[in-house]
Each structure stands twice: as structure tokens, then as C-alpha cells.
Design a binder for this molecule. Sequence first.
Ligand code: SF4
Length: 402
Amino acid sequence: MLKREKPIVSIARNDDIIIAVNSALDQLKLPDLNGKNVLLKPNVGREDDPYLGINTNPEVVIAIFNYLKQKFKARFLIGDSPIINTDTRKAFEQSGYNNLLNDDDIQFIDLDDKPPIELDIPNGKILKKIKVTGYWNDIDSIISIPVLKMHMHCGASLSFKNLKGLIYKRKKVTLHHLQAPEVISQLKDSIRKIKELDIAIADLAHIFHPDLIVIDASYAQEGMGPSSGNPVKLDTIIASTDYLAADIIALALTQPEWSLEDVPHLKLISDMILNAPKSHEDILTIPENIQEFIRPLEPPPSSISIKYKNVNLIDIDSCSACLSTIFNLLKNNKDFIDKHFTPENPLNLAIGKGIKQSDIYDETFLIGNCTYEQRENGTFIKGCTPVESTILEIIKNNLNKK
Ligand code: SF4
């Protein structure tokens, strides 16, 4: 029986991130991109400033584009599909991508601006079809360029999770709302933290096959990712033609105590693919010794009340848009919240489609249209997602009524 060669992952660290990108790519045998339509897929999911570890650093993407452009005669595209209520172009502009948006050698595409294409996933465990970007048939090759970050729902967000942006518009949200108790009970013994969302992301591995991965850890995000953690300057680039290997090495460098089970969608993918790597020992790194690159990051908290002792967040099957809004609300109004709420009398918030009456405490703010069914059991705040200022105003009004 033929022995499968170990996948290769190159790692480079440099204060000058262009040098780090070039060094990491120089170590790899790149796929032949000549004559292809190549999508550079950074993670630009939010209207946020650069260098916060929220969106991919534009300097990394420019360096990759310049590197590939010199080597291959290809048609380059760049695009993403951000979270709900976010304008794609504005997200790219605010994140520092203006140079690329104005470059004639690369075409910006809003992945949502064409009618979607539905793909079948016959072998999916819970996802049997999915609507993806209408550009799907125009793309021959995908380069996944995520920012390395911790994630409250998924453990970590890396190169495979980044491909969720290929799903059309609000169809991304449906992944958060799937119910499959039988599948969960079958998998729970081997993957303790598993949720339907993890299984749905792993099902996408049947259809999404990126050709090259470049993980941006110039500024990684630790703690309350995907958008409210702290940026950590690591000046590091991790590159591979194997997405699972790249993600495993990214975890080995930043969460050395974790196993793949801590990022359940990666564990599922690893179990799904024959001879896939399970740990960094199944991967050949360049350089071979990765010790000098290890920089443990603060993991995502398992519950928001670990950080905010006077807040009780009930989050069942929410999507990142509501979660980010809540995180920002808490971060931006900490003084107000500390003044009016205590651990004994906390601010009770509920988000997500899975909220049931039995989950709700007295005086809970039910945030977002997903909680509409429970509107009689608390203070319902409509919107998808409601804006931070509206939520704050309603909380203040309720206090005034007391
Ligand atoms: S209401 Fe919130 S959790 Fe529900 S889909 Fe909208 S943004 Fe997501």
C-alpha cells in the first residue's frame, strides 16, 4: 500500500510582513494558476479598521497578490460575503483595501451581487444542499487568506471556516439554526463540544477545496473572537496547499494544549478524509522545529459571564452578527452596565433561534428577530441584527420604568 506523503506547511515570521509572506510562499510547491480565474478570499466580514485581528490584514493580501501575479498569468479576483447588514465594499474600504480595489490587475467582486447557485452535498451529514455565491462557476481556484482568530462558537476561525464566506448572503445564518439531535448524539461521545453548526461547516468540505492557504497571523485575535477579542501582533504567516494541515499548525502554534476536538469542525473533517492529518506530528513543517513560533493565545471564554460577571447571556443558535453586536454593546457601555447591574441582579440577554421559554429568566431582553417566538416572555427587541444604540436605549428605558 502506498504511504501518503505528509502535507507541508511553511511558517515565516518577520516584522516586515511582506518578507514573511514571500518567505512562506517560497518554501511551497504552488499549484499551477496559469490561465485560471483565481479568487483571493480574505476574511473581510465586518466594517472594521485594519490591524485589529478582525479582518485579514490588507498588507498580507497585497503581498500574496504581488507574489502570485509575478509567477502566474491568471485573472485575479478578490471578494467576500460579510455578516448580515454589512456592505461588502465598505467593509473592504474600512479594512484598508483601497489600493487593491483600485488596482486594474485584480477585480473586486461582492460575492453576493449575483443570484446564487445551489450545490448538492449528497454525503453531507446534515447539510444536503447549499446556496453559494453566483460567481461559483467563474472561479477555478480559491486562495483562502483568513486572519487567525479565536471564535466563541467554533473554537477558532482559520482557513476552512473562512470559506463560509462563499455561502450566499443570509444562507450562512441557516447553518446556525439546523437541528439534528440524532446526529449530535452519535458524535457527542467522540467530540464533546459538538454542535450542529460544526457539522454543517464540516459538510462544506465535500464541496469547498481551496488550492492554497495563507493564514494571516500578523495580528491574530485572542479571547472573545470573532470580533471582540484582543489583537496580538505575531508577525507570522502560515502557508500550505493543504487547508487542514495549515489549520492544525495554526492551532499548534497558538493553542498548543488543544486537541482537534477543541475545534470540532476540523476534527470532523480530519475523520472524514482518508489519511488526513490528526495532529502536527502528521505534518511536515518548514522549518521542522516550530518551537520558536509557539505563542499561546488566550482561548475564547466558554461563557460571556466569565468576563462580565454582571451579564447573563443566553446564546442558543445565534449567528455571529448578533453575537458581535452584543459583544460591542458590552464593551462600549461597560461603565453604564457596571453602574446598573450586579452579579446578583445581572443584565439578562438572550439571542438565537434556539431560545425556549425554559431558558429565559425574569426580565430578559430578547434580542433579534430569532427570539420573536418568545416575545411574550421578556422585552423583545426586533431587528436582524438590532443596532447597538437601539438595544441600549430600550435597556435604559426599562430601567427608567422601575
Ligand atoms: S436575529 Fe440575530 S441571530 Fe438571528 S439571524 Fe438575525 S443576526 Fe442572526
